[in-house]
Design a protein around this ligand. Structure first.
Ligand code: AMP
Length: 195
């Protein structure tokens, strides 16, 4: 299985690239942000629990997020593999992911980290807010808070997988197709190694 983490700050293009990767490599795509927004939209008990965190751009507590993710990962049919976007967002989540995969006889194959600087992120998300309808997208202070949380808690996850020789940084600024081409190149290398 190809088990890939698509990594990067909010607004770095993970959603756009995830769709292209999923279509090309037929991976199960899991976005924890999308899962939470789905719960919110349907006004479920979980949606009500996480609403404030999402509105303020704060991380949802690990006990909620990890439980949701673990259930999802366990439901994978173990075919081509999965593409995670928005998870893990801290070291505790990375440990939990490694643990559940080990129980399944699997592991993370690769983390692809999209590199985009703060000012570009703010510009992109404010622009996205015109169509996304996300309350966390249209307030510059919240966008900067999300970026700071990424730098403080999430970025160390990249180092965690770097130590395992599994992190690949890719410049996330530029043409969407060119970025996708670089990502595909890393995935092809991985497939060759696995064959
Ligand atoms: P995203 O769509 O990935 O930008 O996520 C939107 C929001 O969902 C985040 O700002 C958090 O409030 C929440 N969220 C998504 N994934 C996670 C995660 N792995 N851990 C904690 N909170 C998360």
């Amino acid at each position: 299985m190809l088990n890939i983490i698509l990594f990067g700050p909010p607004g770095s293009g993970k959603g756009t690239q995830a769709e292209k990767i999923r279509n090309k490599y037929k991976l199960d795509h899991i976005s924890t942000g999308d899962l939470f927004r789905h719960e919110l939209k349907n006004n479920t008990a979980l949606g009500k629990k996480v609403k404030n965190y999402l509105d303020l751009g704060q991380l949802v507590p690990d006990e909620i997020t990890i439980k949701m993710l673990v259930n999802k990962v366990k439901s994978f049919d173990k075919s081509n593999g999965f593409l995670l976007d928005g998870f893990p967002r801290n070291i505790a989540q990375a440990n939990a992911l490694d643990e559940v995969l080990a129980e399944m006889g699997e592991e993370v194959s690769l983390l692809i980290a999209l590199d985009v600087d703060e000012e570009e992120i703010v510009k992109r998300i404010l622009n996205r807010s015109k169509t996304s309808g996300r309350s966390d997208d249209n307030d510059e202070a919240i966008i900067r808070e999300r970026y700071n949380i990424y730098m403080d808690y999430t970025k160390p996850v990249c180092k965690y997988y770097l130590k395992k020789n599994k992190s690949k940084p890719i410049n996330g600024i530029g043409d969407i197709e060119e970025i996708f081409c670089k990502i595909s190149c890393e995935i092809e290398k991985l497939k060759e190694e696995k064959e």
